[in-house]
Design a protein around this ligand. Structure first.
Ligand code: ADP
Length: 474
């Protein structure tokens, strides 16, 4: 507390406006106390914040004799208040930044969702244990699931995948499982024939592509993209039916040409000149090739429509192989190719004799065609714990590295094979593989260009799987 004379030096820090002093003096001179928070100047000239009350002191007559000023240094409080104010401002700034960031993220999210929504294919992303993280609109429509219901569920509970017969595809065979375990991009197309059975009980064929999501060399999930291929399947079926019909119809006139050419060549219509015989030989050979091609097309269409049957019975392997080699004997002799066949302890197996013959005929005729003159073809049948293994090795031109993965594709022929043998169909191995796939067997090969090839064929010890089907292969 200070007693202040009537003309005080006080309150002259220079920080207050003149009007402030006028109001102060007017108040205290009128006998009322004055209260304010101001900035004052210490004697050393330093400024400080004060809370002050100035009360006029009056004598008995009521005249103001002096003033009592109570001052409290509130610099610290003011500083604390300033700090609080500053931190409030900082918090508000951070909140504003957060709000802006959130708006931005939401915009990005909306953009991503719009992008996902615009994809015409179904898309599902799962985490590393197969739980669904994201699903787009098309996937919702195709699967009959809402994204909100599906998120967090295992994909196996949401995507019901079946094969053509309506059997559930085992978890280990599912593309997503493969992507999560192998880290390679796995593509499953219509050839694999997967069907999705939607929640609304709609079944449709799908083409599926899956890829793992890899972060820092670790698989953190996988993405499956799929689309309905009902339309493509329809077109494919119509095409196969057309090929089947056309090749069936072509067989009759081709047989007629074959018979009459044989008769002409046999002299049934009189003796032929050398030139006539030469020309007729060409007609006969050309017709034979045409019959082979048409038969292959018919077989492929029967395999693809699933209308061929497998009728296993006891078959003597050696008899079948020898009959094939007999048919090939002229061609083998022309190129002076030697065939060495061993049967170990394999005698009789359970197989469809026509199909077994077709398998050996294709693989052995390939060995004959793609082995240069003077080469050797080895055939070996051996028993293994669960199957019979047939090994067909040749010393031929081999299969170029880049052609190897396409070897069982329909109509595929490697360049080196086309050079040595222009007349091929590229259907033989495709057919053999399809037959074996249905019969429970397998085919694969090892080869190096210029160093020969080894084909391996297996038939289960239990025999070929029986298969009902109206038509046989020709
Ligand atoms: P095609 O023999 O009529 O061409 P295939 O389906 O039987 O049809 O064979 C497909 C392709 O596989 C052949 O064109 C050839 O490139 C390759 N191939 C098959 N067998 C052999 C073999 N033993 N040696 C080298 N190439 C082979």
């Amino acid at each position: 507390m200070r007693r202040v004379p009537k003309t005080p030096r006080v309150l002259k820090s220079g920080k207050q406006q003149l009007a402030y002093y006028q109001r102060l003096w007017n108040t205290i001179l009128s006998g009322k106390p004055w209260h304010s928070e101001i900035v004052d100047k210490r004697k050393d000239g330093a400024l400080y914040a004060v809370d002050q009350t100035i009360t006029p002191v009056k004598d008995e007559s009521g005249a103001i004799t002096n003033f009592v000023a109570i001052q409290q240094d509130i610099s610290e409080r003011m500083q604390a208040e300033k700090k609080i104010e500053d931190s409030q401002k900082a918090i508000v700034n951070v909140l504003e930044d957060l709000r802006a960031e959130k708006a931005n993220t939401e915009k990005e999210k909306a953009k991503d969702e719009a992008m996902l929504g615009s994809i015409g294919d179904g898309l599902i992303a799962v985490d590393n244990v197969g739980k669904i993280m994201v699903m787009n609109k098309t996937a919702e429509t195709l699967l009959g699931w809402n994204m909100s219901e599906a998120i967090g569920k295992h994909y196996d509970d949401v995507i019901s995948l079946e094969d053509e017969k309506g059997t559930d595809v085992p978890l280990t065979e599912r593309p997503l499982a493969k992507a999560l375990s192998t880290s390679s991009t796995t593509t499953a197309t219509s050839i694999t024939s997967f069907y999705i059975h939607s929640k609304n009980k709609v079944k449709f064929p799908v083409a599926i592509t899956v890829s793992p999501i890899v972060l820092d060399n670790q698989i953190i999930g996988a993405i499956e993209v799929f689309h309905d291929i009902t339309h493509e399947k329809e077109i494919d079926r119509a095409k196969t039916e057309f090929v089947s019909l056309a090749s069936h119809q072509l067989r009759t006139p081709l047989s007629t040409i074959g018979w009459y050419t044989e008769m002409l060549l046999g002299g049934d219509a009189g003796a032929l000149t050398d030139t006539q015989k030469k020309y007729l030989d060409e007609v006969y050979m050309g017709n034979k090739r045409m019959v082979e091609l048409v038969n292959s097309l018919l077989n492929v269409s029967r395999i693809e429509t699933g209308s061929f049957g497998i009728e296993p019975q006891k078959v003597a392997v050696k008899d079948v192989v020898e009959s094939v080699l007999k048919d090939l004997s002229v061609d083998l002799a022309k190129k002076k190719l030697v065939v060495e066949a061993t049967y170990d302890d394999v005698t009789v197996i359970d197989a469809d004799p026509k199909l077994l013959r077709m398998i050996f005929q294709n693989v052995l005729s390939n060995a004959q065609r793609y082995t240069p003159a003077g080469g050797v073809i080895y055939f070996r049948a051996s028993r293994r714990p669960t199957d019979i293994l047939f090994t067909i090795r040749d010393t031929g031109i081999g299969i170029p590295h880049e052609a190897q993965k396409k070897m069982f594709t329909k109509l595929y022929r490697a360049d080196n094979a086309q050079n040595v043998e222009p007349n091929g169909t590229g259907l033989g191995l495709y057919m053999v593989k399809s037959i074996l796939d249905h019969a429970g067997g397998r085919i694969w090969f090892e080869s190096e260009e210029g160093k020969g090839s080894t084909f391996y064929v297996t038939i289960p010890l239990a025999g070929m799987k029986q298969r009902e089907g109206g038509k046989g292969l020709v």
